[in-house]
Design a binder for this molecule. Structure first.
Ligand SMILES: NC(=O)c1ccc[n+]([C@@H]2O[C@H](COP(=O)([O-])OP(=O)(O)OC[C@H]3O[C@@H](n4cnc5c(N)ncnc54)[C@H](OP(=O)(O)O)[C@@H]3O)[C@@H](O)[C@H]2O)c1
Length: 259
């Protein structure tokens, strides 16, 4: 079938290995599922074993190839150990998705060094270290895809952006540096930029119906994001079709950023 072949040439991830941090919940879980269903062998990394196992069970029940590694990505040793274990599972990854993140929101005047350090370690340093660990190998093999998940707070202050907005702004800069280094060798590096997405990260905000409605009204589509909204964009950025897209920040936000 010509349609099937055409779509496969553009989007199939058959034979690829993907590592998705934060792949056990919210946006990361949806992205891990999308990459696995598009043909990749997917390893997800997070801390809580029950959520990791439930995600992998769901994917394997669907006939996908998936595995999990439990690790704390907020320390350098944790990142190294998780990366090594993940790479032992299906081999060195062709696709790296950095989705694990925290959003701690003390008022700016009360933002202490502990919150700053935790935020930078998980949201910025782990993606940097994983890039250093896997980027050169991707470049050597002539194919790679690095996808970071940032935030509209990389672009504007929003509800106590504090350290979080800084970490996400820097992550978009990191994507451009990685793109500069490795794009000539077939490794594209991009970020997906969510607006407000209904996930466990946002329990406090999303349990307030008035705030949820006000945020939905700020989009052009008229609703807040769902984790599944990231599936198609992730498959695109992970696959052959996006070979000429690099160093970009792609907003998946229902038009929030242009309203
Ligand atoms: N939801 C939104 O509105 C929104 C908006 C903009 C950007 N984002 C970004 O999107 C990404 C995913 O957010 P989400 O809303 O999907 O959040 P989520 O549902 O809370 O998922 C966070 C994931 O990160 C993992 N994680 C947290 N701390 C970790 C650590 N120290 N080591 C390893 N893994 C860790 C969690 O698993 P464990 O707890 O088991 O470790 C979980 O899998 C984040 O980078 C976030 O900043 C979200």
């Amino acid at each position: 079938m010509i349609t099937q072949t055409y779509l496969s040439e553009l989007f199939s991830l058959d034979g690829r290995v993907a590592l998705v941090t934060g792949g056990s919940s919210g946006i990361g879980r949806a992205i891990a599922g999308a990459l696995a269903r598009a043909g990749a062998s997917v390893v997800i990394v997070a801390r809580k074993e029950a959520e990791l196992a439930a995600t992998v069970d769901e994917l394997t029940a669907d006939g996908c190839r998936a595995a999990w590694v439990s690790g704390d990505l907020s320390t350098r040793e944790g990142v190294r150990a998780a990366a090594d274990e993940a790479a032992r599972t299906f081999g060195e990854p062709d696709i790296l998705v950095n989705c694990a993140g925290v959003n701690l929101r003390p008022p700016m005047g009360e933002l202490g060094e502990d919150v700053w350090d935790t935020t930078m370690a998980l949201n910025l340093e782990a993606p940097f270290l994983l890039g250093q660990r896997f980027g050169p190998g991707m470049a050597e093999r002539g194919f790679g895809r690095i996808i970071h998940i940032t935030s509209q707070q990389a672009h504007r202050a929003f509800v106590r952006s504090g350290a979080y907005g800084v970490s996400k702004g820097a992550l978009e800069s990191l994507a451009r540096s990685q793109a500069e280094a490795w794009s000539p060798h077939g490794v594209t590096c991009n970020t997906l930029v969510p607006g407000f997405v209904m996930t466990p990260l946002n329990t406090q905000l999303s349990s307030d119906p008035e705030k949820v409605a006000a945020l939905a009204a700020r989009t052009l589509i008229g609703r807040n994001g769902l984790a599944e909204d990231f599936a198609g964009a992730a498959v695109f950025l992970a696959g052959p079709a996006s070979a000429y897209v690099t160093g970009q920040s792609i907003f998946v936000d229902g038009g929030f950023s242009v309203h």
